[in-house]
Structure formats: C-alpha cells, structure tokens
Design a binder for this molecule. Structure first.
Ligand code: URA
Length: 443
C-alpha cells in the first residue's frame, strides 16, 4: 500500500477502505509516513470529508494506536466531554451530581490550549490536587472513592497527538470527521460505559453553525453506540462565555458558588440538561424531566457540594470547607473595565473574552506555557442588562500588563441603544434515543 495512492483517492473524493485507514494511522503513529504526506491527506479530508464508515474506521484505528483502559470491573462508569468553550466549567459542576447519585466517574481530561480552558488546568488551582495519576492509581481511586479525574496519559491515543499537532498548523482542525474521530477515539480508549457530550456551536467554537454541531453530535453519538456505549449529547451555543468567570481559580470559585445554590442562567440550564442526560443513561432517572428534578434535589440538600469536596480530597485537594473560596484565592491585581456609554448590552463576544483571559495569563499561547491560576476575567454584567456610562462591565485579574486585555474586553461587550432580541430559548439534548427540546427556565 502506498500513502500517495491514499492521498490521490481522497483528493478525488473517493472512499478509503478500512485497511487503508488502518495503514494511514499506523504509519502516522510509527513515523513511517512523513508529516508532509500526513498533512496532504488531512487537507484532502478537510476538502472532501469522510463518510460514516470512514469516520468510524478512523476513530477505531486511532483508539487502537495506544493503550486502552478496561473499566468493565465497574458497573456504571460515566464520562463527559465538551468540544471546548470559554468559561466552560461544566465538567466541574456536573461530575459531583453524578457522583452524588451513585454513578462512578472516570474521566481523563486535556489541558487548555489558546482561548479555551482545560479542566485539568482548572483543577490544578485547587491546592494539593494531583492531576497526574498512573494507570494503577487511577483504578485504585475509582475502587476506593468512586471517582478519578486525571490528565490524559501519554500512552493513550498517540495517533491523535501527532494528528492534532499537524491539524493545528495546517488549518485542518475544523473538519467534522477529524474532530469526531479525535474526540471519540480518546473517549472510547478511556472506556466509560456512559458518555455525555457537550457539543458547542457559534463564534467561540469549532462548529460555527447549530446545524453542523448537530451533525457532529450525531456522528459522535453513533460512533459511541456502535462501540457499545450509552450516549447522550447537548447542543449549546458558545458565542458568549459560559457563566461569569473565565480563568482557572476564578472558575473554580464560580463552581463552588453554583454548588452552594447560586446557580443561574445558561450555566444552570446547560448543567442541569447534562446532569439529567447522565441520570437517564445511567439508570438514575426515567426521563430528562425527572433527571432535572433529581439535580435540583442534590443541589438543594447539599449532596452535590459534598461530593465535590469528596472528589477533590480523594485526589489530594487540601482545604477547609468553610473557607473553600479562600483556599483557591491567589495574589493578583484587579483592574475594572468601565462602560463608555449608556445603553443595553446586546452581545458579549466570548472568543475575545477568552483571548483577553489568555493575555492575562489564564491560558497558553503554545503548548508548555505556564499558567497563572489567579488570572482571568469576571463579567459583572450580562446580555440584556441596562448599563450607564461608568458602570463596571468586568473585572480583570492578573499579575502583568492589563492594558491590552482591557481594550479587548471593552470592545467585546457591545452596548447599543435598544434592548437585544430574545435569545434562543430552547435546550436541545439527545437522551440516548432521540433529540428532546426543553424551554429554558423551568425549575
Ligand atoms: N477536541 C479534540 O480533542 N479534538 C478536536 O479535534 C477538537 C476538539
């Protein structure tokens, strides 16, 4: 088999066979296919796409490029994955609810790159929390505590590391089959029996339209189901930051406030939808509506918050529950950003807020950059709020130069004379069998 034949076939829009896809992934993993030919094939896939079978084959070949975990000794393991967002702290909120219901949480997570944050970076702002667990310790934690959330092991899906690095520099990240295979190969390698996906669309995500995000969600759900997993998925907009805080320790504090009962807005809607999907798939609720009710109960009676503490302590987290937010407070200067005119906030451009947070030190410009846990942006106003010139729109936190970030934030919060149109008021969630739609704001 010759890689040039595969590139030619894909360039002409033809289908690659299972053997050809295996040959490609093996060649990428063992280095026998040079990067320039891998890049050429990636670009051909970007233009010509892949059909369902090719996408399944690519996912499985990538999954099998490294170690896999066998979690079959545990009855009901659950994992969640987001396609990446700004201020996206949903894993940190959702996992404690599942844990409180008796589900076993087994999750390997990535670090953030660029404007999107990573769960592992956020967790590292909790003093003592160990994100690096070897295989045996990962299993031992699940057995002892019912939860393990760690950084992804190097030996898991090595093909994705090589492919992702090339996609990043060849402008081929935003390809539906390549994203589906990249995410699902890692999810299948970590092998939880239930996987709930949060698929984002809009300005701050890879899928710019809801239609394409839905296609991505559907193919990932199908890949997981084919491999024997129970699958759920939420479609959620990512054109504004999720919640108010963007930045590692700042987001941990927001999660804590949520678990103390200060849950609000889209953060609550999306969290409850994901939690409910996990409950339905994991056999803890008969339908999504009952799943949401159970989520409300676990919030109200404090059990979700207790599970949060249990999980963090299990992995070395060191804090006093009564002063949790102080334990995750780091020295930083504060810099307010003021409204320059009167009006209504009609948009908050999430992508730019993510870039501002990164400039302040909350994110990495390139792999390996250090992160400042204290850095980030906390929005003080929301879309639809009426503001007066001089009101504080956001507070920036960091230990460097605020000027550039302040300018970005200033331009990202759009103030206009008229109130904004009502936003999309529906939650769209795949319950394992079909899509369901919920009106927002029904507790
Ligand atoms: N997240 C991944 O892990 N892979 C992609 O291709 C995109 C988002």
């Amino acid at each position: 088999m010759k890689i040039t034949d595969l590139i030619k076939k894909k360039k002409l829009g033809e289908e690659l066979s299972t053997e050809e896809i295996r040959f490609f992934v093996k060649g990428v993993s063992d280095g026998t296919i040079p990067e320039y030919q891998t890049s050429a094939l990636l670009m051909a896939v970007w233009f010509q796409g892949m059909n369902r079978e090719e996408t399944f084959d690519l996912t499985i070949a990538m999954r099998d490029s490294g170690d896999t975990l066998d979690l079959s000794e545990f009855p009901d393991t659950i994992d969640k994955h987001s396609t990446g967002g700004i201020g996206d702290k949903l894993s940190l909120i959702v996992l404690p609810f599942w844990l409180a219901s008796g589900l076993i949480v087994a999750k390997m997570s990535g670090r953030g790159l660029g404007f999107t944050g990573g769960t592992i970076d956020k967790l590292e702002s909790v003093p003592g929390y160990q994100t690096s667990l070897d295989r045996d310790t990962f299993f031992e934690h699940i057995r002892r505590f019912g939860v393990a959330v760690a950084g992804q092991s190097e030996s898991l899906v090595p093909a994705d590391k090589k492919l992702y690095a090339l996609r990043d520099v060849t402008e081929t990240v935003d390809s539906l089959p390549l994203i589906a295979a990249s995410i699902m190969s890692k999810k299948l390698a970590t092998a939880a029996s239930t996987i709930v996906l949060d698929v984002k669309y809009g300005e701050g995500s890879f899928m710019k339209t809801r239609k394409n995000a839905k296609k991505l969600a559907e193919i990932m759900v199908e890949i997981g189901k084919n491999d024997g997993r129970r699958m759920g998925a939420l479609l959620s907009p990512m054109d504004r930051p999720l919640g108010r805080a963007v930045g590692n320790a700042l987001e941990i504090k927001e999660v804590h406030r949520f678990l103390k009962g200060e849950a609000e807005g889209d953060l609550k809607e999306n969290a409850f939808a994901l939690i409910a999907a996990g409950f339905v798939l994991g056999g803890k609720a008969d339908d999504l509506e009952r799943g949401r009710q159970l989520a409300a109960e676990l919030l109200e009676n404090g059990k979700a918050r207790q599970s949060f503490y249990h999980w963090l302590r299990a992995q070395g987290g060191c804090f006093d529950e009564d002063n949790f937010e102080e334990a995750v407070s780091y020295p930083a200067a504060e810099y307010p950003v003021y409204a320059e005119k009167d009006g209504y906030i009609t948009a908050i451009h999430g992508l730019n807020i993510g870039i501002a947070a990164m400039e302040l030190g909350a994110g990495r410009k390139k792999l390996g950059d250090a992160i400042d846990p204290a850095a980030g942006v906390v929005l003080q106003k929301d879309i639809g709020d009426r503001v007066r010139s001089g009101d504080i729109l956001a507070v920036l936190y960091g230990n460097g130069d605020f000027a550039a970030a302040a300018e970005i934030v200033q331009k990202s919060v759009i103030i206009e004379d008229g109130a904004p149109q009502e936003a999309n008021d529906e939650i769209e969630i795949f319950n394992g069998d079909r899509w369901e739609y919920f009106e927002k704001d029904h507790d």
